[in-house]
Design a protein around this ligand. Structure first.
Ligand SMILES: *Cc1c(COP(=O)(O)O)cnc(C)c1O
Length: 424
């Protein structure tokens, strides 16, 4: 594997940007070595600046459910850009994207477009605090909701990779407003809600955890959260930034049949451009300016190019059979990885919901953050590099999901399993 051009770029990048990257997990600190610099993507494939080709399972960390450079998305972006990139005034595209989202997620009676998942979660929390007139928020260890201060506590993902569960620079008084429960452990939620009566504004959760690797909700977990939040007067927020339009067209709330008060979206709804959205019950969202007293704004929010890419993506996803095909392809990958691991006598388990999955080097089931943390991250790092050398680009961290797109073919999956056999 040649890395000459990537190495030169990485050296330059490190003189300019912290760790040479604009988002920490890209730096490969979680697996060692240095990242290839990517120059092009098409369908399921990406190419780096040294000409190496990879089957890509990062897919920009989730947004690219149609694969790279999908012709509909490219056409939408090009056509829109030629008519002007941003106006700071209302456009038809915003109305169309919002109505596509609402049709898929009827619980979003009113919604607001923003520029990232971080912004969506931060804003949803502000609204929940204003609506309930309470200040605390309850989240789960290993769940990531972007990098806003209040949510950067035991936040999985990059934090888990680097063993910095809590960021420096977050005042203890802010972090003190955040209570942390155990994912898939309703008793831990109940205990905290009872210990802080009438103080918790919102329970925020990834309905399928994706930032500690994939951890599905156990039977009754989401419904239990719904009940507990209601009993204690807290709002339930589903952070569907990954799961929205991923685990079903209507997200985890459609797949599991549990409706939150507020929902955060991002990733897929921007088709690979910067976007986010939050919304929910009308009376709650009527708190947002200009209707209500909660201020939240954005110069580029709902900008024409991101909304056009999002609309093109959601329309492509509406084609009959899309989710069945994703499910089937990812299931082949899941079964294949388990077989390959078993043949190599490696203790491993695969967690999968729809087209998001994680291979954990762990002998038993992985249903909690404790079990995630007990998995063998060193073994994952070695596997990651062996796969990269064989042309398969997995997430450079043991605590992330792999994403299958509509562009991944049966042949891609077969090649991936062949590489896994050789690697293990
Ligand atoms: C990616 C992600 C975010 C943050 O989104 P950004 O666009 O990176 O700010 C929030 N929540 C979840 C569940 C995510 O996976």
């Amino acid at each position: 594997m040649k890395l000459k051009n990537s190495s030169a770029l990485f050296a330059r990048a490190q003189r300019l940007m912290p760790g040479g990257v604009n988002s920490p997990v890209r730096s490969f600190r979680g697996v060692g070595g240095q990242p290839p610099f990517i120059t092009r993507g098409q369908g399921s494939r990406i190419w780096d600046v040294d000409g190496n080709e990879y089957v890509d399972y990062v897919c920009s960390w989730g947004p690219l459910i149609l694969g790279h450079a999908h012709p509909d998305v490219v056409a939408a972006v090009q056509g829109t850009a030629a008519r002007g990139t941003s106006f700071g005034a209302p456009t038809e595209g915003e109305v169309e994207l919002a109505s596509l989202i609402q049709a898929a997620f009827p619980s979003l009676e009113l919604l607001r477009l923003v520029n990232s998942g971080t912004e969506a979660c931060m804003s949803a929390l502000r609204v929940a605090r204003a609506f309930t007139k309470r200040s605390k928020v309850l989240k789960f260890a290993g769940c990531y909701h972007g990098h806003a201060d209040a949510l950067l506590v035991k936040a999985g993902s990059g934090g888990a990779t680097f063993s910095v569960p809590d960021s420096a620079g977050v005042p203890p008084s802010f972090a003190g407003e955040t209570l942390v429960a155990d994912y898939n452990r309703l008793d831990s939620v109940e205990k905290l809600l009872q210990a802080h009566p009438k103080e918790v504004a919102a329970v925020i959760v990834e309905p399928v955890a994706g930032n500690m690797g994939v951890v599905p909700p156990g039977p009754g977990f989401l419904a239990g959260l719904r009940d507990l939040a209601r009993q204690h007067g807290a709002l339930l927020i589903f952070d569907e930034v990954i799961t929205g339009f991923r685990v079903a067209y209507g997200g985890a709330q459609a797949r599991y049949g549990v409706l939150p008060d507020l929902t955060c979206l991002g990733k897929i709804i921007g088709g690979g451009l910067p976007v986010g959205a939050y919304g929910g019950r009308r009376e709650v969202m009527e708190m947002v300016a200009p209707l209500g007293p909660v201020y939240q704004a954005g110069t580029l929010s709902g900008n024409p190019i991101a909304t056009a890419a999002g609309i093109a993506t959601l329309k492509a996803l509406q084609r009959p059979g899309t989710y069945e095909a994703l499910e089937e392809r990812a299931a082949v990958l899941e079964r294949g990885l388990l077989e390959v691991a078993r043949a190599a006598e490696r203790p491993a388990t695969v967690n999968r919901v729809g087209s998001m999955l994680t291979l954990f080097f762990h002998p038993g089931l992985v249903t909690t953050w404790q079990e995630v943390a007990a998995s063998d991250a060193k073994a994952y790092a070695a596997f990651f590099h062996a796969m990269l050398e064989r042309g398969v680009y997995l997430a450079p961290s043991a605590f992330e999901a792999a994403f299958v797109s509509t562009a991944h073919t049966a042949a891609d999956i077969e090649a991936t399993l062949e590489a896994a056999r050789a690697s293990l």
